[in-house]
Design a protein around this ligand. Structure first.
Ligand code: SF4
Ligand code: SF4
Length: 91
């Protein structure tokens, strides 16, 4: 059964026009949630593709990618902490 209460902390987007298929992000991703696509982009490269789940939002793939703009990592917003009585929320 799927745990519907679980949400990934991150989300990976790959711009397939910018990716050159070097595979560095695939090697570097700790939970191994990046795959190489079978299809080719307009420049003839196979490109990285997010497996669709499991991203932690660590950003390592972004750091190792040599192609500016090829990778975007989105991190899920953390829920706001409730304020205890007598405390003020920080701006
Ligand atoms: S942000 Fe981290 S977990 Fe998510 S795809 Fe990139 S390397 Fe993998
Ligand atoms: S590191 Fe960048 S260029 Fe290399 S496969 Fe991943 S997204 Fe493509």
């Amino acid at each position: 059964m799927t745990d519907v209460s679980h949400r990934d902390a991150g989300l990976l987007r790959v711009d397939t026009d910018e990716c050159k298929g070097c595979g560095l992000c695939i090697e570097a991703c700790p939970p191994k949630v990046i795959r190489m696509d079978e299809s080719l982009n307009p420049y003839g490269y196979r490109t990285a593709r997010y497996a669709g789940a499991g991203c932690t939002g660590c950003g390592i793939c972004f750091l190792v990618c040599p192609e500016p703009g090829a990778i975007t990592v989105l991190r899920a917003a953390r829920p706001r902490q409730s304020t205890a009585p007598g405390q003020q929320a920080r701006p």
